[in-house]
Design a protein around this ligand. Structure first.
Ligand code: BTN
Length: 272
């Protein structure tokens, strides 16, 4: 049997892509600094809503909180979506939430696994991270110019691909399923599911249904957690709910109730 190389060229991805908006234009690079950085460059000129940037590897892949995102060649999915949704700034968290849900549902369906979402948008498999999303926005107060949604999925990483700090926190689809996964098919599936959610969202579909599904993938409701916000001292409390705008509602340890639109959470090691 001849095995074809596992490449992600635009014509292969497009060959069976059933989308209205996402991926009509796909930019592919065997190697790039960061797909989010390239999307930012594209956004300086005219672009279509839903352009997709894919890389075989990234030399300076970025995660949230300016962390490095490791991107071993041809083993992961490194993608950015360049969008220009006609929505207000306060609805961006909803966009981030349904992106996580779309990726989560697409992976569960295609790979046949059960996943968990760690608010706001990490995806975990067997309690370890397999996907992270970096959303970057540009615009003025009342008008969004563009949104870049970059996501990285650890698809066919082997254990040696993770450094010591990540070994216990991250994993890959291949490690957990003992099977090399088809990155092209996974991308096609995710783009198709995302396209549907995006269309519904832009057409004013009620967010409640998305939120309900999102909450069913979360395991931290009623748990004691610690939340860190960039440069601030971490605070602890009990998660009450996710609000309709996607904020995490927490009963803080001093009894006050606060809503957070971003941040990084972990289970409180003292109480849980
Ligand atoms: C996180 O910290 O969890 C978010 C990680 C996002 C990584 C992706 S890989 C494709 C895109 N390009 C980047 O430089 N980062 C995002």
């Amino acid at each position: 049997m001849i095995s074809l190389p596992d490449t992600l060229h635009p014509y292969e991805i497009k060959s069976s892509l059933d989308t209205k908006r996402i991926g009509k234009t796909i930019h592919y690079f065997e190697e790039i600094s960061s797909t989010n950085d390239y999307a930012k460059k594209l956004a300086q000129n005219a672009f279509e809503d839903g352009e997709v940037i894919i890389a075989g590897t990234q030399k300076s892949g970025r995660g949230r909180f300016s962390r490095e995102w490791i991107s071993p060649p041809n083993k992961g999915i490194y993608i950015s979506l360049l969008l220009k949704p006609q929505i207000s700034f306060e609805n961006i968290t909803q966009l981030t939430l349904f992106t996580a849900l779309a990726i989560c549902n697409a992976l569960e369906e295609y790979v046949g696994i059960n996943l968990e979402i760690k608010w706001p948008n990490d995806i975990l498999l067997n309690s370890k991270k397999i996907c992270g999303i970096l959303t970057e926005i540009s615009g003025e107060v009342d008008k969004i110019n563009h949104v870049i949604i970059g996501f990285g999925i650890n698809v066919n990483f082997d254990k040696v691909d993770f450094d010591d700090t990540l070994k216990n926190k991250a994993t890959s689809l291949k490690i957990e399923t003992s099977k090399t996964q088809d990155r092209k098919k996974i991308i096609q599936h995710i783009l198709t599911v995302f396209d549907k959610y995006y269309e519904d969202y832009l057409n004013g579909e009620n967010f409640e249904n998305i939120l309900k599904q999102y909450k069913s993938k979360m395991t931290i409701i009623e748990k004691n957690i610690v939340i860190s916000i960039h440069n601030n001292t971490p605070a602890s409390g009990t998660v009450i709910d996710i609000t309709n705008s996607g904020a995490l509602k927490i009963k803080m340890s001093d009894g006050s109730v606060k809503e957070f639109l971003s941040g990084e959470i972990s289970l409180n090691p003292i109480l849980d």
